[in-house]
Write a protein that binds this ligand. Structure first.
Ligand code: SAM
Length: 445
C-alpha cells in the first residue's frame, strides 16, 4: 500500500491568515492528503506569509530557504508561497526562487486544489489578484484543534492608511451577505463550537452587499442565534464605530467584554499623516462610550512608534493616551516602510535607535498598567473555555471572556478541552493570570 500523502502548513500573521490556512488544509484533506507537523515528510509545503512588516517578510524568506533544501532528495515535493507576500510578489517570487512551485494570493485560497493539479501537470502557477466571485467552501475548512470558529465577514480594506500594505495584498473591501454569514455560523454551532469570532481587516465596516444593514445588525443577528455562547470580532476601525454598534455591545451579554481597537498613535499630527481619519480626542471619547455601555470592557490596541515625522512630543502624546485609556494589552511595533505605501514619500524618518528607545519606554509603561489591571482581577470568578495544556506539567489554560490567558492546576482532574470551567483568579502575572477551578456548574449564557 502506498503511504498517504502529507502536507505541512506554516502560518504567519493575523487571524485571517490562520483561517486561510484552515481553508487550505481542508481542501487537501478532502483529497485524502493528511496534515503533518514534520516538513521533512510532507509532499506539499505551504508557507502562508505576512508582509505587514519587513521582519515578517524576511522570516518567511529564510524559512523558504530551509524548505528548498528538502527538494534535493524529493523531486516531487511541492512548495507553495501563499498569503500576503504571494500577492505582493506574484511572478517575481517564481523568478527569485527557482524551486518555488506556485504562488497563491489570499483572495485565491479557495483555488488551492486546482492550482496543485495544474502544478502536477507541469505549470508553475501564479494565482493572484482579486476575483469578484471567490471560492468559499464551508465544508472544506479544517478547524482541527480550534475552540473558536472564525468566520470572515468582510475581505480586503479600503482605508489606505499611509503605512499599510494590506489594501494592496488583500484588495478592496468585499462584504459577504448576511445570509451567507449566518449559514456559516449555524454550521459551526452544529459542529459544537461555542465561541464565534467574526473577522475582517475593518470588521465593523461590514455592510449588507445589497445595502441596508450594517455591522450593528450583524452583531444583533449573530449574538441572537441560540448556541452562540461567546461572540468576538476583530479588527475594529475606530472611525467606523457607530452609536448603534456601541449599543449592541451593551445589549448582548454573549458579546465578549473585549475589543481590539488599533489607535496607532496618540498624536493628532501623526494620526493625520497616517491618514487614520480620527483624532486622539475622538478615539478617547469612543473608548469612554464603549466602557459606559459595557463597564467590564477590556480594550487592547496597536501602536506604531517611529512613524516618519514623529517628534519626542508626539511620542509623549502616545504615552499620555496609553495612561489615559488603560489598555489591557498593547501590541506595539516600530514603523516598517512597506513597498507601494504613501508613507514612503514622507520626510523626517526617525532613526532606529530612537524608535527602539521609544518602543522600550512604551512597553515599560504598559507593563506597569497591565500588572495593575491584572491585579484588580484577583478574587474575581470567570467562566473560561479550556483551550489547552500549560507549559507546567499538570496545568491547563483558557481565556477569560475579557481575553486574558489564565492558567490553572488540573493535576487531579483535568477538564476536557473545549469545555467551560469556572475559575477564581488567585494571582496576577504581567501577561496572564493564575486561577483555581471551582466545582460549580457553569451556566451557558
Ligand atoms: N486593519 C487594522 C487597522 O489598521 O486598524 C490592522 C491591520 S495590520 C494587519 C495590524 C497592525 O500592524 C496594524 O494595526 C499596525 O499597528 C501594524 N502595522 C501595519 N503596517 C505597519 C507598518 N508599515 N509598520 C509597522 N507596523 C505596521
Amino acid at each position: 500500500m502506498t503511504p498517504p500523502r502529507r502536507f505541512f502548513v506554516e502560518t504567519w500573521g493575523c487571524q485571517m491568515n490562520e483561517l486561510d490556512s484552515q481553508r487550505m488544509a481542508g481542501q487537501l484533506m478532502q483529497q485524502g492528503i493528511l496534515p503533518t507537523r514534520d516538513p521533512g515528510e510532507a509532499d506539499i509545503i505551504l508557507l502562508n506569509s505576512c508582509s505587514v512588516r519587513e521582519k515578517a517578510e524576511q522570516k518567511f524568506y529564510s524559512r523558504l530557504g530551509e524548505y528548498r533544501l528538502l527538494k534535493k532528495d524529493r523531486r516531487d515535493l511541492l512548495i507553495g508561497l501563499c498569503g500576503c507576500v504571494a500577492q505582493q510578489e506574484g511572478e517575481r517570487a517564481l523568478d527569485r526562487v527557482p524551486d518555488l512551485d506556485f504562488v497563491l494570493g489570499p483572495a485565491r485560497v479557495g483555488e488551492l486544489r486546482q492550482v496543485v493539479a495544474r502544478r502536477r501537470a507541469g505549470e508553475r502557477v501564479v494565482a493572484t489578484g482579486f476575483p469578484v466571485e471567490r471560492h468559499y467552501e464551508l465544508d472544506a475548512i479544517s478547524r482541527h484543534g480550534e475552540y473558536k470558529g472564525m468566520v470572515t465577514v468582510i475581505e480586503g480594506c479600503n482605508k489606505n492608511c499611509t503605512f499599510c500594505i494590506v489594501p494592496q495584498t488583500r484588495g478592496p473591501e468585499q462584504s459577504r451577505s448576511m445570509a451567507d454569514i449566518l449559514r456559516e455560523v449555524r454550521h459551526l454551532l452544529d459542529y459544537g463550537f461555542r465561541e464565534i469570532e467574526l473577522l475582517g481587516q475593518t470588521v465593523n465596516h461590514w455592510r449588507e452587499p445589497d445595502g441596508g444593514m450594517d455591522f450593528a445588525d450583524l452583531l444583533d443577528r449573530v449574538a441572537g442565534l441560540p448556541g452562540v455562547e461567546r461572540l468576538r470580532f476583530v479588527t475594529s476601525y475606530p472611525r467606523d464605530f457607530t452609536p448603534r454598534m456601541v449599543e449592541q455591545i451593551g445589549l448582548h451579554a454573549n458579546i465578549c467584554p473585549y475589543l481590539h481597537l488599533p489607535v496607532q498613535s496618540g498624536s493628532n499630527a501623526v494620526l493625520r499623516r497616517m491618514g487614520r481619519g480620527y483624532t486622539r480626542e475622538e478615539y478617547v471619547a469612543l473608548a469612554a462610550r464603549l466602557r459606559a455601555a459595557r463597564p467590564d470592557l477590556a480594550l487592547s490596541t496597536d501602536i506604531i512608534v517611529g512613524f516618519p515625522g514623529e517628534t519626542a512630543e508626539d511620542f509623549e502624546c502616545t504615552l499620555e493616551l496609553v495612561r489615559e485609556v488603560r489598555f489591557s494589552a498593547v501590541y506595539a511595533f516600530k514603523y516598517s516602510p512597506r513597498p507601494g505605501t504613501a508613507a514612503l514619500r514622507l520626510a523626517d524618518a526617525v532613526d532606529d535607535a530612537s524608535a527602539s528607545a521609544r518602543l522600550q519606554r512604551l512597553f515599560a509603561l504598559q507593563e506597569g498598567i497591565q500588572r495593575r489591571i491584572n491585579e484588580s482581577l484577583v478574587g474575581q470568578e470567570f467562566d473560561v473555555i479550556v483551550t489547552g495544556w500549560g507549559k507546567q506539567p499538570g496545568t491547563q489554560t483558557g481565556r477569560t471572556p475579557c481575553h486574558r490567558v489564565i492558567h490553572f492546576d488540573a493535576a487531579s482532574e483535568p477538564a476536557p478541552l473545549g469545555s467551560m470551567a469556572r475559575l477564581k483568579v488567585e494571582k496576577a502575572l504581567p501577561h496572564s493570570l493564575l486561577g483555581r477551578r471551582l466545582e460549580v456548574p457553569v451556566a451557558a449564557n
